[in-house]
Design a protein around this ligand. Structure first.
Ligand code: ZN
Length: 273
């Protein structure tokens, strides 16, 4: 693949001895798929090899590459003495950035976490990210996408589900999207296609999941917005196993064995009536 972009054997040999070499085939394929012209791809590949060569020369590994390194690389360029790479141009920095981006996407290099200024991230979102990292192994890049989606510019609708225009999603809009996802899910779970799944089912699923994970009917009531737990108790009837678990966690009242003996005063009172 590289010979397609580099005909000079000296340059080709130099590139093949840089730490970037194992990634260049995939990088070029990605650049082709994105629609870059061959001349641009050639310059980007050269830049990727250059930045990795420079990083290696200063005894830093490729996995340590980050945006700070790219800034340092930018300062290195005017006085660059890196063999065949020394004829530098604008593409060196752009290509180096592109390469870093590629390494982050493929998790060769850890994605950089650029936190918002302190206090701008809602505590609930911070907790959500911690939980997703710990329990689902969610990567930082994915969480960044969530953050961008979750962040609402001032004045925008506050509803949880928004449509493409950024306004509150209608009930039928929600049903339409749910239907689409049910169809996809039915490919793995065919029994879903015989069931009628409405947005209200999600409410029930949410209730059951909270009940199963917390065993606390009061929490379910809180989530569903029920004024009294009596309405919520139907979920206990739906899942007898959970019912048993809830009962087991409730301490039994302390009772003494024996017969009830009414005190003399009570007997006297009853007789007087
Ligand atoms: Zn250089």
């Amino acid at each position: 693949m590289l010979t397609h972009y580099f005909s000079d054997p000296v340059m080709l040999d130099l590139i093949q001895h840089t730490p970037a070499f194992p990634y260049l085939d995939c990088l070029s394929a990605e650049l082709v798929a994105t629609g870059y012209k061959p001349t641009t791809i050639q310059r980007y590949l050269r830049a990727a090899a250059h930045v990795s060569y420079w990083q290696n020369r200063r005894e830093r590994s490729l996995t340590e590459l980050d945006s700070v390194c790219i800034e340092e690389f930018k300062r290195h360029l005017p006085g660059c003495q890196c063999k065949e790479f020394r004829r530098v141009n604008d593409y060196d920095v752009r290509g180096a950035r592109k390469f870093l981006q590629y390494l982050q996407q493929t998790a060769v290099v850890a994605a950089e976490h650029r936190p918002d200024p302190v206090g701008t991230q809602p505590p609930l979102f911070v907790e959500f990210c911690d939980w997703m990292r710990q329990h689902q192994g969610t990567r930082q890049t994915t969480l960044e996408t969530y953050r961008r989606t979750a962040k609402r510019p001032a004045g925008q609708a506050t509803e949880v589900f928004l449509n493409a225009r950024g306004t509150a999603m209608t009930r039928s809009g929600f049903e339409y999207i749910l239907e689409k996802h049910v169809r996809t899910a039915a490919q793995d779970c065919p029994s879903l296609s015989t069931k009628s799944i409405s947005p209200h089912c999600l409410r029930h699923s949410c209730a059951m999941m909270i009940l199963q994970s917390t065993g606390d009917i009061r929490k379910v009531a809180l989530w569903l917005g029920h004024a009294s737990t009596q309405t919520t108790e139907m979920y206990l009837r739906a899942d007898t196993m959970t019912l048993l678990e809830v009962m087991n966690t409730t301490p039994p009242p302390t009772l003494r064995k024996g017969h009830f003996r009414p005190p003399d005063q009570l007997i006297a009172l009853l007789r007087a009536e």
